[in-house]
Ligand binder design. Structure first.
Ligand code: ADP
Ligand code: 5GP
Length: 195
């Protein structure tokens, strides 16, 4: 029995732990292709072009937008981010599952274009916990943290557009839930090519 590739989209407010859950999920498995996004943000120390992101300047990014090379793209806290379309479409057509870890604006664009995708909202246990995580991560200025917390309230209202919500209280438990979603989706009849 063969099946179609499934598009999994992990999304949620900044600092909720999307990247952490994604890293934990991918450890030791190669059965999901992870899309590498394009970004105009400068690389952080240790980040590698083509591994963490395809880093590029604004003009190059906007040229790709004009050429319709992105499945979705959005301005996220002053930088542009986009998902390369061909990688996603080619893998899905080849029967491979694909994972996107993108912001909420991007996830909503993908839902318009590929409503058959599986949309997973990662939620913070509380706004206080989110504030602590953003501070603890040590990557954002106080102003930027406040901007992210202010955005969170509105972002939480988008949750109803998703298929699943996973509260990231403890990473191991959140991981367990995301893994369960993946297993269940792979068993769904409409994702199987029955002959
Ligand atoms: P996002 O990718 O959603 O912006 P990150 O994965 O960068 O968020 O996580 C933000 C910070 O919160 C990081 O410092 C990370 O180690 C921490 N973190 C993630 N999940 C948890 C959790 N369940 N409990 C406590 N801290 C967490
Ligand atoms: P960071 O710069 O911290 O790596 O990511 C900032 C935010 O951009 C995160 O919320 C992340 O999920 C989001 N992001 C990363 N890649 C993409 C993408 O291709 N599209 C969109 N819309 N958001 C992205």
């Amino acid at each position: 029995m063969t099946r179609k590739g499934i598009l999994f989209v992990i999304s949620g407010p900044s600092g909720v732990g999307k990247g952490t859950v994604r890293e934990a999920l991918l450890k030791g498995r190669d059965d999901i292709q992870v899309s590498i996004s394009a970004s105009t943000r400068p690389p952080r120390s240790g980040e590698i072009d083509g591994v963490d992101y395809f880093f590029m300047d604004r003009d190059t990014f906007l040229k790709k937008v004009e050429e319709d090379q992105f499945l979705e793209w959005a301005t996220v806290y002053s930088n542009l981010y986009g998902t390369p379309r061909d990688f996603v479409v080619n893998n899905l057509n080849n029967g491979c599952d694909v994972l996107l870890e993108i912001d909420i604006q991007g996830a909503m664009q993908v839902k318009q274009k590929m409503p058959e995708g599986v949309f997973i909202f990662i939620s913070p246990p509380s706004i206080e916990a989110l504030a602590q995580r953003l501070c603890g991560r040590g990557k954002d200025s106080q102003e930027s943290i406040e901007e992210r917390l202010a955005a969170c309230e509105q972002e939480m209202q988008q949750m109803s557009q998703y298929d699943y919500v996973v509260v990231n209280d403890q990473v191991e438990k959140a991981l367990e839930k995301v893994e369960a979603i993946i297993i269940a989706e792979r068993c769904r009849i409409h994702n199987l090519k029955l002959r």
